[in-house]
Design a protein around this ligand. Structure first.
Ligand code: SF4
Length: 104
């Protein structure tokens, strides 16, 4: 590899790494409890903080990690959710759209 080719290769590798880091950080945007959609769905980062008077069918055992809409992998603290577009929800969270995931 010539000196010029090596510089080009290293420059592209650095640019690709920066792009991947940027994409990862965009994907990791978290929903806030105060977001309009979160308020509308009664979403809380912590299932134990759900308004029990308002959501009488809520149970403490229900959380995003065992919801069929959660797109994170097992053990992930945050993951995507069909209800919140590109924003991530907490594995410990809950909203009124909760539906038991198969096998959970
Ligand atoms: S739909 Fe499921 S994964 Fe999404 S926020 Fe509600 S409980 Fe969590």
């Amino acid at each position: 590899m010539t000196q010029t080719n090596r510089r080009v290769f290293i420059g592209r590798a650095v640019a690709a790494g920066a792009l991947m880091g940027s994409l990862r950080s965009q994907a990791a945007t978290h929903v806030e409890d105060t977001d309009e959609q979160a308020v509308a769905l009664g979403y809380k980062h912590d299932t134990n903080l759900v308004d029990k008077a308002k959501y009488a069918k809520h149970e403490a055992s229900q959380h995003c990690a065992n919801c069929s809409f959660f797109q994170g992998a097992k053990g992930d603290e945050w993951g995507g959710c069909a209800m919140f577009g590109r924003k991530h929800v907490a594995a410990t969270g809950w909203c009124m759209a909760w539906a038991k995931a198969p096998g959970s």
